[in-house]
Write a protein that binds this ligand. Structure first.
Ligand SMILES: Nc1ncnc2c1ncn2[C@@H]1O[C@H](COP(=O)(O)OP(=O)(O)O)[C@@H](O)[C@H]1O
Ligand SMILES: [Mg+2]
Length: 257
C-alpha cells in the first residue's frame, strides 16, 4: 500500500469527524472517498496532508510514518493536493502560480530562489520547465502568461492541478475537482484524471459527482459519519445494500454515454 491508515480518529469539540478509520490505497490506482456532506472527507485530506494531527491512529505513506510531520515535510515525501476552495494567487501569472508548487519540492526553496545564486538560478530554470510541462499537461500552456484572475473557473481548477503536478507527486489528493464544472468541463476533468493516473501517479479523489467517481475510480471508500461504510470496486460499492440505503438512495442514476 502506498498510503495506509489504521484507527484514525479526529474530533472537533463534540463532533467526531473521523472515527476509527482503516483503509489502504494501492499504488497506481484512482482511489475515491465518497460520502454525504459532513462525512469527514475534507478532514481526512487535512489529516493526510498534515494540516490536522489525528487524535489517534496510524498513517503511513511510502513506508514513512506521517503522524506529527509538518505539511511541507509531507509534501517533500511526494504528496501534493488540490483544495475544495481554490487556493490561487490571483495577482500572479498562471506560470508563477505553478512555479510556487515546484518550490514545495525544490532544494533551495523560494527564499533561495529569490536571492538568485548560480545554483539556484539553474534550479529556477528547471522549475520553470517543470511548471511549463505541467501546464501543457493540463491544457493550459497557451495561457501561461495570463494573470490568474483572467481565467474562467474551469481553467482555475486545472491550474490547481497543474501546480500540484509540478511538485512531481507520487500521490495526488484531489478535493472535489469537478465541483462547479459544467458537463463538458467535467468530461475534460475525467480525461485529465485518467491521464494523471496513466503517468503512474496514485490519486486519492474526493468527489460528489457520482457519474465521474464511478467511471474514473479503481476503488471507492464510502464514509458515513467518519467511519467506513463500505470499500471496494465501483461495481461492489454500487451493489452494497448499506451504501444504497445510507447514501446513494434510489435517486442516483448513472447515465450511459
Ligand atoms: N475545523 C473544524 N472545526 C470544527 N468542526 C469541523 C472542522 N472541520 C470539520 N468539522 C466538522 O467535522 C465534520 C466533517 O466535516 P468535513 O470533513 O468538512 O466533511 P466533508 O468534507 O465530508 O463534507 C462536520 O461535522 C464538520 O462540521
Ligand atoms: Mg469537504
Amino acid at each position: 500500500m502506498l498510503l495506509e491508515a489504521s484507527g484514525l480518529t479526529k474530533s472537533f469539540g463534540g463532533v467526531t469527524a473521523i472515527a476509527d478509520l482503516d483503509f489502504g490505497v494501492p499504488e497506481g490506482l484512482v482511489y475515491a472517498v465518497i460520502g454525504p456532506n459532513g462525512a469527514g472527507k475534507t478532514t481526512l485530506f487535512n489529516i493526510i496532508s498534515g494540516i490536522y494531527r489525528p487524535d489517534e491512529g496510524r498513517l503511513n505513506f511510502a513506508g514513512q510514518d506521517l503522524i506529527g510531520r509538518a505539511t511541507h515535510r509531507i509534501a517533500r515525501l511526494g504528496m501534493s493536493r488540490t483544495f475544495q476552495n481554490l487556493q490561487i494567487f490571483f495577482n500572479m501569472s498562471v506560470l508563477e502560480n505553478v512555479m510556487v508548487g515546484c518550490h514545495a519540492r525544490a532544494r533551495t526553496g523560494l527564499a533561495g530562489a529569490l536571492l538568485r545564486l548560480p545554483r539556484m538560478r539553474r534550479e529556477e530554470e528547471e522549475i520553470r520547465q517543470w511548471a511549463g510541462e505541467a501546464l501543457d499537461f493540463c491544457d493550459l500552456g497557451g495561457l501561461k502568461d495570463r494573470q490568474a484572475s483572467e481565467l474562467p473557473y474551469g481553467a482555475l481548477k486545472r491550474l490547481e492541478i497543474a501546480r500540484a503536478l509540478a511538485a512531481r507527486p507520487r500521490l495526488l489528493l484531489m478535493d472535489e475537482p469537478a465541483a462547479g464544472l459544467n458537463d463538458t468541463e467535467t468530461l475534460e476533468m475525467r480525461g485529465l484524471i485518467g491521464r494523471i493516473r496513466d503517468q503512474g501517479i496514485t490519486i486519492l479523489l474526493v468527489e460528489h459527482n457520482m457519474g465521474l467517481v464511478m467511471r474514473v475510480s479503481d476503488r471507492i471508500l464510502v464514509l458515513d459519519y467518519g467511519s467506513r461504510l463500505a470499500e471496494g470496486t465501483p461495481a461492489e460499492v454500487r451493489a452494497n445494500p448499506r451504501v444504497v440505503a445510507a447514501y446513494l438512495g434510489g435517486e442516483v442514476h448513472y447515465a450511459v454515454e
